[in-house]
Structures are given as structure tokens and as C-alpha cells.
Design a protein around this ligand. Structure first.
Ligand SMILES: [Zn+2]
Length: 114
């Protein structure tokens, strides 16, 4: 009985963690959209009236880069919680049934043995 309750608790916390990561993911994606929008606006100002926006553009590109990396990491965390294989070579999230990585072709079963 205790063992069964333990299993249920584990499953529930897994689902809660996935929900938590999904909220985090949505927030980061909204931040990224905003950075892209600002980037577009900065480019528009620079091109249309010649105002030097290089510093602002560089800062926004760096911000978007960082957000993209964070989003990738969160997607990997979700995949791990969902039991999906994440390629150890390239970081690509693969389908549960995948034997080889859909991105780099690495043998996912071999990776698990290591
Ligand atoms: Zn791969």
C-alpha cells in the first residue's frame, strides 16, 4: 500500500514538474518574442532614419541568443520528465520509440549503455 502511494506521489510530482517547466517555457518564449519585436523596431529605426542602433541591436541579439539556449534546456528537461530520449551527442529531443537520433543519427540505445 505504501509502495503504491509512493508511486502515485512520484507520478504526480512528475506531472507537476512538467507543468512547472511548461509555464517557464511559455514565459521564456514570450520574452523571446518580445526581444525579436524590439529587434525589428530597432532595425526599422536605424534603416528608416539612420539613427545608430548598433549597441541596442547587439544587446537584443545577445538576449535572444541567451533565451534560445534557455528554451532549449527547458525543452530538454520536459522531454526527460516525459521519458523521451535526449541525444547525448547533439541534445536533440527524440520520440520515445526512436532508436537513432533524428538529427545526428547517433545510436540512442548505445548512448544509454554508456
Ligand atoms: Zn543527436
Amino acid at each position: 500500500m505504501a509502495e503504491m502511494l509512493d508511486k502515485i506521489a512520484q507520478k504526480t510530482s512528475g506531472v507537476l514538474n512538467i507543468a512547472k517547466y511548461k509555464i517557464k517555457l511559455a514565459t521564456k518564449q514570450a520574452d523571446l518574442d518580445e526581444a525579436y519585436e524590439e529587434l525589428g523596431r530597432a532595425l526599422f529605426i536605424q534603416i528608416s532614419d539612420g539613427t545608430d542602433m548598433d549597441k541596442k541591436i547587439a544587446a537584443l541579439v545577445a538576449k535572444a541568443d541567451k533565451l534560445n539556449t534557455e528554451i532549449e534546456k527547458i525543452q530538454q528537461e520536459i522531454a526527460i520528465l516525459q521519458g523521451k530520449p535526449v541525444c547525448a551527442s547533439c541534445g536533440k529531443v527524440n520520440a520515445k520509440s526512436a532508436t537513432y537520433c533524428g538529427n545526428c543519427g547517433d545510436d540512442l540505445n548505445e548512448q544509454n549503455k554508456k
